[in-house]
Design a protein around this ligand. Structure first.
Ligand SMILES: Cc1ncc(COP(=O)(O)O)c(C=O)c1O
Ligand SMILES: N[C@@H](CCOP(=O)(O)O)C(=O)O
Length: 465
């Protein structure tokens, strides 16, 4: 399997090259040169298999030629042994044709663990084989950071620097990052938004000498390996609900467009996906582009689903690449328009090229009402991101096909919002029950590239050796 950049200006790479590079050297994102195909019998064969084995079967085409099958099988088995639920990503029915796909049974209680537990092991495998070290820089609106830190903490070959927007995450999210005091973990609270953090990370990658000197790699969904690992649970959910014979719809709480793009990838691989609903909070740039064809960034608004307080969605570029007939020059021009003019116009392109998608934006009042209504009808507490997915599913439901809402975080990560909606405060699992007492360690810095690069360079072991 070879991978190409969405901007057409970087050399094609195999899986290991893409894993270690993160972002392509032309600023683009990597995608498979052609979507691998699984036949109906291959999807069917996932039925009843342990999650790790399903992961091995779905991911194998993506790592072909770069990673031995035995290695992939070992790493998936190790990664998915870290989850609290025996099926890893269980489905829970909440209404006649509605399910929640619970993705929060990993170490840090959000869907990011599903990919990150594998990613950490993939990094470690490659670095050990090569006898190398690397420096990870990542941006988080709250969940990627803790999942990445958990996957990389204590690993001798990795230093990890995570940028989060100062005072814009929940306290649980912040503490899950800042209470990790391993020497190789560095938390930076940036005075700015998640978009500022993500722009700083991309700028560090686009500074070729710095990237080279620090041997940078990425844990955000700009790294293809993240998105790839998220394809698996679309497949296990669809098969559990009668796929491939019966198509399934998905509603996906969306910020950086990585999770919903994984659903698109599953569909491109032949999984019968009847529809993908892009569910956003008030930061509705994606809902607007699907409705009007206009992709234009605005101010990032604070919401009670802070992990989706994002205006510039990295992975939308991957969809654009397919929608533009894989014309990298066209994508590069559009992305230049985003930098220079704050947006671009697509007209009817998405409706024609990506008919699988629908989109809905959900405001704060409806988010609260959905948490409360779900609790009344099912007795379950859901987190505000999941609530956005449930509310969007209600809005776009068109038929009696199964609709699966991706439940992306544990309610205890956002206790204030859940308590406001239901009067109940969800407790953290036992292993995190002393989180509020643990000491924190982080630096607060301005959203200034030079300052942040200097900070990274002073602390990364790679430059000190
Ligand atoms: C809890 C939660 N839900 C949903 C999302 C949105 O996922 P994506 O950025 O892949 O669209 C995120 C982070 O982005 C998240 O942390
Ligand atoms: N919501 C994310 C934002 C970063 O997204 P990623 O999927 O690109 O890592 C977070 O929680 O940090």
């Amino acid at each position: 399997m070879r991978y190409v950049s969405t901007r057409g200006g970087a050399a094609a790479q195999d899986f290991t090259g893409v894993l270690m590079a993160g972002l392509a050297s032309d600023g683009g994102l990597y995608l498979p040169e052609a979507w691998p195909q699984l036949a109906p019998a291959d999807w069917q064969a996932l039925a009843g298999k342990p999650y790790a084995e399903a992961a091995f079967r779905v991911l194998r085409p993506f790592t072909a030629g770069a990673l031995d099958d035995a290695v992939l099988a070992r790493l998936t088995a190790e990664a998915y042994a870290q989850f609290d639920h025996e099926t890893v990503c269980p489905l829970v029915q909440i209404a006649p044709s509605r399910w929640l796909l619970e993705l929060f049974h990993g170490p840090t209680l959000a869907f990011k663990d599903v990919a990150m537990q594998l990613l950490g092991r993939l990094f470690d495998h490659v670095l050990t084989a090569r006898g190398e070290r690397m420096t990870i820089v990542g941006a988080t609106s709250g969940d990627t950071g803790s999942a990445a830190i958990e996957a990389c903490r204590g690993r001798d070959a990795i230093d990890i620097f995570i940028l989060h927007p100062h005072e814009r995450t929940s306290e649980v999210q912040r503490r899950q990052m800042t209470c990790v005091t391993d020497d190789n973990v560095h938390n930076i609270a940036v005075r700015g938004t998640f978009d500022d953090c993500q722009a700083l990370v991309k700028a560090m990658f686009n500074d070729a000498p710095f990237r080279e000197r620090m041997r940078l790699s990425a844990v955000n969904s700009i790294n293809w390996a993240r998105v790839m690992a998220q394809v698996v649970y679309y497949a296990t959910a669809a098969v559990a609900l009668g796929g491939p014979a019966r198509p399934v719809r998905f509603s996906v709480p969306t910020g950086n467009f990585g999770d919903v793009f994984a659903g698109y990838a599953a569909a491109r691989m032949g999984l019968p996906v009847a529809g993908l609903t892009v569910a956003t909070n008030r930061n509705d740039i994606l809902a607007r582009v699907f409705a009007s064809g206009s992709y234009r960034k605005g101010e990032v608004a604070r919401t009670m689903s802070p992990s989706m307080d994002i205006q510039v969605s990295s992975n939308f570029e991957r969809l654009l690449f397919d929608a533009c007939g894989r014309d990298g020059a066209k994508v590069a021009a559009l992305m230049q328009g985003l930098d220079a003019d704050g947006g671009f116009e697509l007209g009817g392109l998405l409706r024609q090229a990506a008919p699988l998608f629908t989109a809905a934006a959900v405001d704060e009042a409806l988010t609260l009402e959905t948490i409360a209504a779900t609790h009344r009808s099912t007795g379950r507490l859901i987190d505000p991101h999941t609530a956005v997915g449930v509310a969007a599913a209600e809005r776009v439901a068109e038929d009696a096909l199964p609709m699966v809402v991706l439940s992306t975080a544990h309610p205890a990560k956002f206790p204030d919002a859940v308590e406001r909606a239901t009067g109940l405060r969800p407790p953290l699992p036992e292993r995190l029950s002393d989180l509020y007492e643990r000491p924190e360690r982080y630096e607060v810095l301005d959203a200034d590239l030079a300052q942040i690069q200097a900070h990274v360079a002073q602390r990364a072991r790679i430059v000190r050796e």
